[in-house]
Design a protein around this ligand. Structure first.
Ligand code: HAX
Length: 436
């Protein structure tokens, strides 16, 4: 299998690099931790090495050191499409080589062979009420597949050593990512289309097949949006809530399904993946409140009221970024090129002109610029995917590509169980008083 061959070819180099780092520079100090950082979500403390992707605060995410613009240009495109094939993106995340179109297609072919979702997954999703949380359904469906895990089988097989655990983890990752579009579509159809399910179409590429399964197959532009959406949301280094959670769980040698289900639960939080739904709802409320595209003065009034109510303005700010998110820019360009007159998009653009200034005025927001969530919903809305409580599932579908790549890499280099240290307030106080 193409991904296994590539990783096999590189794994000894990766391991030697890690071993050399620890052996020769194990005592090298890269940062000190302050009291404030301990109390503030270990913000800014390096806790991972992430070669798969890196969030550059001033320029945004880089996958394997390529910027979003480079990735959009350099990855092979789906036939007849302006946007890269998801299979090529997965190849790049798993390795550090830009794939050819043939290689991207080979990954998608592997997914096609493994796309059958076990029936018990659908039964578990069916057990939820139709108005239940879409993310809870997704997480439960993913977690259930742990009973099929090839890693668990390998772990109990006395003949498989620790150095080979990555192979069965990769196998599980490909199975999981192959099944994700159908599981995500099943949830959409159960919740919003009276359970009218649509079978996968093996002739379609990964993104187009998902579009087809939620009933949007007739509009080729929606498939283009999903290719772009999946690419933009695939990874954001491995220290954010969802990726770090999945890594932490995986570090206990839990299988990929348990790890990814835990990561999805983190993604479901309003300060993380749920923000795209909150942002779209905020935009819609604003648009309806003023009965159309609001003026700058109206946006200002509305944004100030949001802040005065003690709420955040969703879609703005970021824990790491200190610039306009290039993923926001890529989505803006997509909308400008294809539906510049869409009223919700124009509302989002008007907000972009006003909100950063208001956030700057607060004097406390470190990054007043839009993140990717500021436009996600408006774009989905344009195509009639108006069910905002589903948007985080779209994010999860995409993000598992990055998360599974990180977990495979961690297994390949035998990263150990993660176990930071806690201390008591009394210990902290006495350390401080001893030094003062
Ligand atoms: N609106 C109002 N206040 C904001 C704000 C915003 N958009 N962004 C930050 N602030 C406030 C914070 O709440 C914090 O206030 P307090 O000191 O009173 O607690 C202060 O500004 C400093 O925060 P920060 O250091 O600039 O930002 P954080 O790293 O603490 O938080 C968040 C980063 C993304 C959570 C934050 O900017 C936020 O809540 N944004 C709105 C929600 C959002 O868009 N989330 C999606 C982020 C992208 C993502 O991860 N997607 O998955």
């Amino acid at each position: 299998m193409i991904l296994e061959d590539r990783i096999e070819a590189n794994v000894s180099v990766w391991r030697e690099r890690v071993a050399r780092m620890i052996k020769e520079y194990g005592d090298f100090v890269i940062s000190n931790v302050t009291v404030q950082q301990i109390y503030s979500g270990i913000r800014g403390v390096p806790i991972q090495v992430s070669d798969i992707s890196f969030v550059d605060p001033d320029h945004g995410i880089r996958y394997r050191d390529y910027s979003i613009n480079e990735i959009l240009k350099l990855l092979p495109k789906a036939p007849g499409s302006k946007y890269p094939m998801v299979g090529g993106l997965y190849y790049l995340l798993m390795d550090n080589e830009l794939p050819t179109l043939a290689k991207a297609k080979e990954v998608e072919e592997e997914w096609r062979k493994r796309a059958t979702v076990p029936d018990y997954v659908f039964k578990i999703i069916d057990a939820f009420p139709d108005d239940g949380s879409a993310m809870a359904m997704l997480s439960a469906g993913v977690m259930a597949m742990s009973c099929d895990s090839k890693f668990v089988e390998a772990y109990h097989d006395q003949t498989v050593g620790k150095n080979d655990y990555w192979k069965s983890t990769l196998d599980d990752s490909i199975d999981l990512t192959a099944r994700m579009p159908h599981i995500a579509a099943y949830i959409y159809n159960k919740k919003y289309r009276n359970n009218q399910q649509i079978d996968p179409d093996p002739k379609l590429d990964y993104a187009a097949n998902f579009a087809h399964m939620i009933g949007k197959g007739d509009d080729p532009l929606y498939s283009e949006l999903m290719r772009l959406f999946i690419l933009l949301h695939a990874d954001h280094e491995n220290a954010n809530v969802s990726a770090h959670t999945a890594h932490l769980v995986g570090s206990a040698l839990s299988d990929i399904y348990l790890s990814c289900s835990a990561g999805l639960n983190g993604l479901a939080g309003p300060l993380h993946g749920l923000a795209n739904q909150e942002c779209c709802n905020w935009l819609l409320d604003l648009y309806h409140f003023y009965q159309g595209i609001p003026s700058k003065e109206q946006i200002e009034e509305y944004a100030r009221k949001t802040l005065a109510d003690g709420k955040v303005i969703p879609g703005y700010g970021h824990a790491v970024l200190r610039c306009t998110d290039p993923r926001f820019t890529a989505e803006m360009e997509f909308a400008k090129a294809n539906f510049p007159e869409d009223e919700l998009f124009r509302t989002a653009m008007a907000v972009f002109e006003v909100v950063p200034g208001i956030l700057m005025e607060t004097g406390k927001v470190k990054n007043p610029w839009p993140n990717v969530d500021a436009l996600n919903g408006a774009l989905q809305y344009h195509f009639g995917v108006t069910e905002t409580d589903y948007y985080t599932v779209l994010f999860g579908l995409s993000r598992l590509l990055g998360i599974t790549s990180h977990v495979v890499f961690a297994r390949a280099v035998n990263k150990p169980i993660e176990r930071p240290k806690a201390m008591t307030t009394r210990m902290l106080e006495s350390m401080i008083s001893e030094q003062n």
